[in-house]
Design a protein around this ligand. Structure first.
Ligand SMILES: [Zn+2]
Length: 200
């Protein structure tokens, strides 16, 4: 029977022959010399590739030469990383809703404005700033629900940012968290700057 245990240093699963029980062996992953436990500590399904253990250097007693079947494969995710993926998924859903609402608003406004422009006295001339403002006002009066789109977009951007930050706080390597924080945070930052510029 082989003994399977995790390296105390790098946590990689190692398998050695039973005759190495309570003796020293070199971890094939991080090269740390570890004491093999008396019996298996962990259940490891995937084992592969054998690599000989080299003798220890320095004052350490010689490490028995043995074939060490290794576990090769992704390290199992920690509890915190699972949480980071879950919150990362929520943040991505919120980000997708934010983008959908923003794109929908842009498309609807563009269609409405082109209709108004086509009906104006000078359809080929681009409208002046005052005319454009008036056209926007006209669209808002006829379709008051259009104002709800940016509010909804802002709401989902905020949700995406919060969930993205929670995801990153659990695991800084969560790409979902980074995507959501970059998109939602960037949009909210630009909105704040825009609002401040309007006030000044
Ligand atoms: Zn190790």
């Amino acid at each position: 029977m082989a003994i399977r245990f995790r390296c105390k240093q790098c946590q990689e699963p190692i398998e050695v022959d039973e005759e190495l029980a309570e003796k020293l062996a070199r971890c094939p992953f991080c090269q740390t010399v570890v004491t093999v436990p008396g019996r298996s500590e962990v259940e490891i399904d995937e084992v592969a590739t054998a690599r000989p253990v080299e003798p220890a250097s320095g004052g350490l007693p010689p490490v028995p030469a043995a074939n060490v079947p290794l576990h090769v494969g992704p390290r199992p995710m920690t509890y915190a990383q699972h949480g980071a993926v879950a919150y990362g998924n929520y943040s991505l859903i919120a980000t997708a809703l934010f983008i959908t609402l923003t794109v929908a608003m842009a498309v609807i406004l563009a269609i409405e404005l082109s209709h108004i422009q086509a009906g104006s006295s000078q359809p080929t001339q681009p409208p002046s700033f005052a005319e454009a403002t008036e056209m926007l006002e006209d669209v808002r009066n006829r379709k008051p629900w259009i104002s709800a789109l940016p509010m909804g977009g802002l709401f989902f951007a905020l949700i995406g940012l919060v969930f993205g930050i929670i995801s990153l706080s659990k695991w800084v390597g969560s790409w979902r968290g980074w995507v959501a924080v970059t998109i939602c945070g960037g949009y909210l930052l630009m909105s704040c700057v825009g609002a401040l510029l309007t006030l000044v």
